[in-house]
Design a protein around this ligand. Sequence first.
Ligand code: DX5
Ligand code: ZN
Length: 222
Amino acid sequence: MIIAPSILACDFLNIESELRRFDGLDNIWLHLDIMDGHFVPNLTFGHAIVELIAKKTHLPLDAHFMVTNPEFYIDTFKSFKIHNFTFHYEVYETNLLELKRLIKKAKDFYPSVGLSIKPNTDVTVLTDDILTMLDLVLVMSVEPGFGGQKFMPNCLDKIKFLNSKKLTLFPNLQIQVDGGINEVTAKEVIAAGATNLVAGSAIFKYPSSQTSVGIKKLLSHS
Ligand code: DX5
Ligand code: ZN
């Protein structure tokens, strides 16, 4: 199980010390929510901040692009040591050829490539010919745009669907869930087959010294 703390919930004026929370912990990715104010109403951070973060951490960087133009980011994040590059299916839902071209292009530059689906997107749009190109599927369990929202249980059937695909056809597929993950919902998504949990408020609500306790609690009921 991988836990991906979302720095959207961190103390932004002290990012460097916030990153040190995870020193010595295993199976942690650092989740970076990049929002452009167009694909989602909110705006977060971009190149300059990610470049600085990349220099200050050895954690695998997990970049979640909530943007209307992922290709620009594929081109311009190449040197920031991003481990996983996730963008949204919905950007290209009317142009699957373009979707596949960009997955392929991202694979040329990033070790892992993911596609995300919003709460109202049916998981079956991710047909086998798309899944076979992916390292990760990110199932949104809130409407993307803001941290601290309530978990939407309609993600559970999507996770089960992806888990059945993982068990039969795509054993290396990571099933990531993002939004409203806490001690209760973590248990539900793990039971459904999630392998990778993004969590913002549920982790950063703890004081630094209690970070590993918080992460253990997140997993304790599963
Ligand atoms: C929402 C983001 C999430 C968010 C999760 O658009 O993609 O990563 O930070 O925050 P919590 O865990 O607080 O719901
Ligand atoms: Zn996210």
